[in-house]
Write a protein that binds this ligand. Structure first.
Ligand SMILES: C[S@@+](CC[C@H](N)C(=O)[O-])C[C@H]1O[C@@H](n2cnc3c(N)ncnc32)[C@H](O)[C@@H]1O
Length: 224
């Protein structure tokens, strides 16, 4: 199932400190990813009244956009390992006056603190590309567990490009030497994992983030 995905060697503790450190300028550094995240939100097909969960919300751009879409009747939940990201996103939610419909907490996507079958949509962007290959299935199983039957999982991440392209090979070469320089993120291919976990209607779209970095948007539905 590894699809030639290279290891992600940063420990959860190290990931936490890297993202605490990156939190003040993370949004500026990754502004080229906004197109892929917007497309992820489109395919999430959020409706008013939905219960929406985001794992690894970072600076909270998707938290705000989804809270607007679910409306007063809906609710947004989010989980992140970085206390600095949590602080930043809470501030943003307050600024947008959305505190009544948003619940954020510190935690690890490997063990979700939610009961089974509670969310209409589970969303994550640029998180699975920093989870070690051996733990990807476990995280996806947790996402499936907390989804309602018929609920949708949407994943956006850095991916592998065209096999002839040398950009990502070069990226992987540097990543192997200094993974924290890249926020722990390396290219992954997630569709086969969703198929193995028997999600339905699984689809994948590729997009070039910032015209250079291959990203993928992968989505599928939990069987009813
Ligand atoms: C690459 S950033 C992406 C942030 C945001 N989703 C975006 O696309 O802008 C990864 C985020 O996931 C968080 N994170 C990393 N590992 C995590 C884990 N195991 N569980 C929950 N959050 C995690 C990091 O703290 C960081 O905020």
């Amino acid at each position: 199932m590894s699809n030639n995905i290279i290891d992600a060697p940063l420990t959860p503790k190290r990931v936490q400190s890297v993202y605490d450190f990156l939190s003040p300028f993370y949004e500026y550094l990754t502004r080229y990813e906004s197109l892929s995240k917007e497309r992820g939100l489109d395919v999430a097909n959020i409706r008013r009244g939905d219960a929406f969960f985001e794992a690894g919300f970072g600076t909270g751009q998707i938290v705000i956009a989804s809270a607007v879409r679910v409306g007063k009747e809906g609710h947004v939940y989010g989980l992140d390992v970085s206390s600095k990201m949590l602080k930043k996103t809470r501030k943003r939610v307050k600024m947008y006056k959305l505190t009544k419909r948003v619940d954020l907490q510190l935690g690890d996507a490997r063990i979700l603190p939610y009961t089974t079958g509670v969310f209409d949509v589970v969303f994550t962007s640029y998180l699975l590309d920093l989870i070690d290959t051996s733990a990807i299935s476990c995280v996806l199983q947790e996402f499936k567990r907390v989804l309602k039957p018929g609920g949708r999982l949407v994943i956006v991440n850095m991916s592998k490009g065209d096999s002839r392209s040398s950009t990502m090979k070069l990226y992987e070469w540097f990543y192997r030497r200094c993974p924290s320089l890249f926020g722990g993120c390396r290219p992954v291919v997630i569709k086969p994992f969703l198929e193995a976990l028997r999600f339905q209607h699984v689809k994948r779209e590729r997009i070039l983030a910032g015209h250079v970095i291959p990203s993928e948007i992968v989505w599928g539905d939990k069987p009813k």
